[in-house]
Design a binder for this molecule. Structure first.
Ligand code: PMP
Length: 445
């Protein structure tokens, strides 16, 4: 009997034995092509010698030195590299152990910044529905995934939410994509005015929505308008690139594509690529200076921040992504994947939308293509797709839909950047069979 507490307590999971490039091999020798990076984590696949060597060599000198006492060469080096590549005025890096921690830190930093500069009335955070920012209570409160929030609502602090930029379901007839983007971006201004123009601290959003919507980028002009509104009202812009950052969408930071720089940027997943648990919050020099010239203490912290072995992994990952040119593979590979998905599923009666950017792609499954009606969530179609794909030897990341027309079940794909051309076909073939099986099991095909 296992004493591990799995997330899905009823699931019978295979045992991961070892990694082999883009594959995970289980204890029976079965191979699974990792087409989702777990949850958009494993951007280098599962046997990157450069990263494991970097971690091992750091472990040989020192594994852990508490940041209350020491900084470390890998933390300093990684921060320097990140800042050299980061957009806008981002100037300081606060290392944490994962995505939720990065978001928590950013929410608290935004609040503390305004206290430090004498604007303690700025206390509101605005976020978006249909987003995911993590499972800790602050990040969950910012997130707008109603299913994840539901049973914890009584514990969540009050944060405001506006609509996402979700063109497939939000665009009105006769409205251009650009106008749609401006319309939903302008909800931020309305919300700031409703809450009180000098009472909002920050707006937080994912540049490309991952777990909740399945690789949904904003339309052109949306984030430029968001940046304008934040500037006009003195609101900090926090971008959560925990999933879509670190090259996943073809640029090192997803916001590079939008031509917009945030005041605070959260990254994780791809930063450690799964070789170590690490996340980071990057902030502007202005925010850092306010703390330094004020109280001199960011009132936040965790035991494992700046963990040297984790930072060594991050440094080696960045070398692989930038110096070894792996990020440059993302756009062409992503387009090749999209072309194959379009060819296979473009006319499929139950695939309503194929979307995404770079190696971050999503398919939305619907009961009816014309009306975009989702399947009844009772079918648990997403879970059936996941299981059928695992049976085929494919890892993909499906998520459930809602009946209120907000979204259908979707399948998220986030394969490693080391993918070979033949593996694009393997993904499409196995996914096709998995979707067919799942639809049949749900009585829908
Ligand atoms: N933000 C986003 C956009 C995410 O996708 C996730 C994880 N799926 C998180 C935050 C939370 O990260 P973690 O699971 O590492 O705490």
């Amino acid at each position: 009997m296992s004493h591990v507490f799995p997330r899905h307590t009823k699931a019978k999971l295979p045992v991961a034995s070892h990694g082999d490039g883009a594959y995970i091999v289980d204890s029976d020798g079965k191979r699974y092509l990792d087409a989702c990076g777990g949850a958009a984590v494993s951007c280098l696949g599962h046997s990157d010698a450069a990263v494991t060597d970097a971690v091992r060599s750091q472990m040989d000198s020192i594994a852990f030195a508490h940041t209350g006492f020491f900084t470390s060469p890998p933390a300093e080096a990684l921060a320097e590299k990140l800042i050299a590549l980061a957009p806008g005025d981002l100037d300081r890096v606060y290392f944490v152990s994962g995505g939720s921690e990065a978001v928590e830190a950013s929410l608290k930093l935004a609040r503390q910044y305004f206290v430090e500069i004498g604007q303690p009335q700025r206390k509101h955070i605005i976020a978006r529905w249909q987003s995911y920012h993590g499972n800790t209570l602050g990040a969950l409160a910012a997130g707008g995934n109603r299913w994840r929030r539901a049973q914890f609502e009584p514990l969540l602090v009050d944060m405001a939410h506006i609509d996402p930029c979700f063109v497939y379901r939000g665009q009105e007839e006769g409205e251009s994509e650009f106008d749609y983007g401006q319309r939903v971006a302008n909800q931020l201004e309305t919300e700031i005015q409703r809450l009180g123009v000098d009472s909002v601290a920050a707006f937080v959003a994912e540049p490309v929505v991952g777990a909740t919507l399945g690789a949904v980028p904003a339309v052109e002009g949306y984030f430029k308008r968001i940046r304008e509104i934040c500037d006009q009202y003195g609101v900090l812009l926090i971008l959560d690139e925990v999933m879509c950052g670190m090259g996943r969408t073809g640029t090192l930071f997803a916001c590079d594509h939008d031509g917009v720089a945030p005041d605070i940027l959260c990254i994780a997943k791809g930063l450690g690529a799964g070789y170590q648990p690490i996340g980071a919050m990057l902030c502007t020099g202005a925010i850092y200076d306010a703390i330094e010239q004020g109280s001199g203490l960011f009132q936040h912290g965790h035991t494992y921040i700046g963990h040297p072995a984790a930072c060594a992994a991050g440094g080696a990952v960045l070398t692989r992504l930038i110096d070894d040119g792996l990020v440059e593979r993302v756009t062409p590979l992503g387009e090749a994947l999209h072309t194959r998905l379009e060819a296979r599923f473009g006319q499929h009666p139950h695939v309503g939308d194929i979307r995404g950017r770079g190696l971050f792609r999503g398919l939305e499954l619907v009961k009816d293509r014309e009306t975009k009606t989702p399947f009844d969530p009772g079918h648990k179609l997403h879970a059936k797709v996941k299981q059928a794909a695992m049976n085929e030897g494919l890892m993909c990341y499906p998520m459930g839909g809602t009946l209120d027309g907000q979204r259908g079940d979707h399948i998220l794909l986030a394969p490693p950047f080391i993918l070979e051309d033949a593996q694009l076909d393997e993904i499409t073939d196995k996914l096709d069979r998995a979707v067919t099986t799942a639809l049949a099991q749900a009585g829908a095909a």
